[in-house]
Write a new protein. Structure first.
Length: 706
């Protein structure tokens, strides 16, 4: 194997590096929740994290490259104190040189036809791989990876040549009825137009190699382009990551996402992004935003490529998050197509029409559910704990107060409060909303790094609603949602119904102004740091473990490894003393409710199949050894699809279980271009009427009243 061109020299240390090191060290040791001394033990953990992040795919560095850096393994703390990060610059230099070698190697491999009939396998999970020991082993690893990608591109082109092929049933549709349209990996409508697809197998293989070569050329060019403080930030972030998963020196785009999350203002696709390994990850969807409304995108998806209106897709592997954000965000009404890698390993292309947050869909929405011969029940969907400063700003607690008042007037027999996929928001609003369901008392305890504890309470006696209450949660319910659910569970005020423990986000972050820390010596921006932790009134933390539902229903996202407990170095669960509180005089016994619910779920035509579909998806996500012979590759893909289709229920085909009458409906909008009307509210009602998790929650309310 040729060693290829010598990498361009890495930039000299930035003069701001010493000031940045001192400022971050001070923040981590004195202001971080853990107040942990950065010592040799932290250095060794940070060094392992740094190496994993430097080459997480194990497609660049040889074992000898990594070993050459081990002399720094317990010296990172010393370097931070000295303000000279030699590891950062040696690591960047070694990586840049190896990128240059791999760039040449990939060019050589793609210059001639690839063998697609060999009976061999490629391992896609880097955690199951050791670093390549030799340059030949690295070459073989890249050859296999390129053969797989060529196979995938050929398959996409061949699918485009079959316009009459019936569309596959979209797997995973059970997770949310009416979840929007996405395009399967061999139905990619952003791929090459039919007229440009070669008519011979040899021609398609050649085109696949050419397109892949262009994508990788751009990727390698990006990897060789670094900003002055990038190398230092890599080491500093590795140190911060040993304390928890959220403290970091964020790029400008991540700071913008932080601000967007707090303000709720965004024009674009309505998704919060972050860097993960070599890709950009969908961290969460902004309630009411384009992605949230149109569907097809979920937290945990990785963005593989981006295509703006009518333009060719651009591979975004190893692209700076700021640049990816600029490509994705854009004016209202324009279309961007994202190629996504799902947690299952499949890839899909989703077209999103950029828009501003649709206010009505970002706010709480209520409905009355009626079944023939049955009592009437109330339903409230709360997408986030929203609010803002100034007159005229709506607050989640105020909106729900109004909805509860309307439901009381209609004499509902119980209320379902749905906070599934609610990622949190304003802490004060969560406290106030909890107060609407309890008489009075503490709601959440907040403790900082110095052990100072504040108890946030509802001090107003009386409640807005005192009837049976079910709170629906899932693994994406986080932060303020967990405070609400945890408090209502501790008071025994509500029965918590969900698909498993909630997210486990029990810490508070702030953006520390580094320029202020350094006295304005240099411009360094901000550093996100964890400063506080939430505790329930029972004393248990919501951190890592989340809130465990009283009644657990089948989880359509059970194959997705998400939640705080899955994050490396997540702050541990802990417990403090309880805050004195009263217990609601409930007339129901949770044990009896669990038994009745389990009996119904086992016979439910949709819920009973969810576990089977989840098992198929989980097995698929763990099956990371992929055959490279074309026939075997096709057979594997078809078998996976057949298994999932057989196991997956179709929510849209299920009969409606309720008559849904929405409360406080927004004023209908005028027809748009071509006479099209906005039917989102109608779709919302239809989906709600068929939601089996809501159906079972209503059944549980019926049991609570007996």
């Amino acid at each position: 194997m040729q060693t290829g061109p010598v990498a361009a020299p890495t930039p000299p240390p930035d003069p701001r590096e010493a000031v940045l090191s001192e400022a971050v060290l001070q923040l981590l040791e004195k202001e971080h929740l853990l107040r942990k001394t950065i010592d040799d033990d932290v250095s060794r953990t940070a060094f392992a994290t740094y190496l994993d992040r430097l080459d997480s795919s194990k497609l660049f560095l040889l074992r000898s490259d990594r070993e050459a850096l081990t002399r720094y393994s317990d010296k990172i703390d010393d370097e931070l104190r000295a303000g000279t990060l030699a590891l950062a610059h040696d690591g960047a230099k070694i990586f840049a040189a190896r990128v240059a070698v791999v760039d040449t190697l990939v060019g050589e491999l793609l210059a001639k036809p690839l063998e697609l009939t060999n009976e061999e396998y490629v391992e896609l999970d880097p955690k199951k791989l050791q670093p390549a020991a030799t340059e030949q082993e690295l070459r073989d690893r890249w050859r296999q990876r390129l053969e797989l990608e060529v196979l995938e591109r050929i398959s996409q082109m061949e699918a485009r040549l079959k316009p009459d092929k019936p569309a596959d049933k979209k797997p995973g549709s059970a997770s949310k009825a009416g979840s929007g349209s996405s395009e399967d990996d061999d139905e990619d409508r952003t791929a090459t137009p039919v007229a440009q697809i070669p008519t011979t197998p040899e021609g398609r293989e050649a085109k696949a190699r050419a397109d892949l070569g262009k994508a990788y050329a751009g990727r390698f060019a990006r990897l060789r382009t670094a900003e002055p403080l990038d190398a230092a930030a890599d080491v500093i972030n590795a140190v911060a990551a040993t304390l928890d998963s959220f403290s970091t020196d964020p790029p400008p785009a991540e700071k913008a996402n932080f601000d967007i999350h707090m303000s709720g203002s965004l024009e674009g696709i309505g998704a919060v992004l972050r860097e993960r390994d070599h890709y950009i990850e969908i961290m969460e969807l902004v309630p009411g935003g384009a992605s949230w409304r149109q569907g097809g995108i979920s937290p945990g998806d990785l963005i593989v490529s981006v295509a703006a209106d009518g333009q060719d897709p651009i591979d975004v592997g190893d692209m700076r998050i700021d640049d990816v954000v600029k490509m994705i965000r854009g004016p209202k009404g324009t279309v961007v197509r994202l190629r996504l890698q799902k947690p299952s390993g499949n890839q899909e292309t989703v077209a999103i029409t950029r828009d501003v947050v649709v206010i009505e869909e970002a706010y709480a929405r209520g409905a009355v559910l009626q079944r023939k011969g049955q009592p009437t029940y109330g339903y409230i969907h709360l997408p986030s704990f929203y609010g803002g400063k100034g007159s005229g700003q709506r607050m989640a607690s105020s909106d729900i107060h109004k909805l509860l008042g309307e439901m009381k007037q209609r004499n509902v027999a119980g209320v379902v409060l749905d906070i599934r996929s609610n990622g949190g928001g304003l802490l004060g609003d969560a406290v106030e909303l909890t107060g609407e369901m309890i008489d009075h008392g503490p709601v959440v305890q907040v403790q900082d790094s110095r052990g100072k504890r504040d108890v946030l309470s509802d001090d107003t006696k009386g409640e807005d609603y005192d009837g049976p209450l079910v709170v629906m949660v899932d693994r994406f319910s986080a932060s303020a949602s967990e405070i609400l659910a945890g408090a209502l569970q501790d008071y025994k005020r509500a029965v918590i119904v969900g698909t498993g423990p909630t997210h486990g986000k029990g810490t508070v972050q702030t953006l520390a102004d580094l320029d202020r820390v350094t006295g304005g010596k240099v411009e360094l921006g901000v550093f996100k740091i964890t400063i506080q932790q939430f505790f329930r009134v029972s004393g248990s933390s919501t951190q890592r473990e989340g809130v465990t539902p009283d009644i657990v229903l089948p989880d359509p996202a059970g194959h997705v490894e998400t939640g705080e407990r899955e994050l490396e170095h997540a702050i541990a669960w802990s417990k403090i003393s309880a805050a004195p509180h009263d217990v609601w005089p409930a007339t129901w016994k949770v044990e009896a409710l669990v038994k009745k619910s389990a009996a119904r779920v086992s016979k439910h035509p949709v819920l009973a199949k969810i576990a089977a579909a989840t098992a198929v998806l989980k097995a698929r996500s763990q099956d990371t050894r992929v055959p490279l012979a074309r026939d075997a590759w096709d057979a594997r893909r078809k078998a996976q699809r057949a298994a999932l289709e057989a196991a997956s229920p179709d929510l849209k085909a299920a009969p409606a279980k309720f008559q849904v009458n929405t409360l406080d409906d927004p004023t209908p909008t005028a027809p748009g271009p071509g006479g099209k009307t906005d039917d989102r509210l109608a779709r919302w009602r239809e989906n709600l009427a068929r939601d089996p998790w809501v159906e079972e929650s209503v059944n549980i309310l019926g049991d609570m009243a007996r």
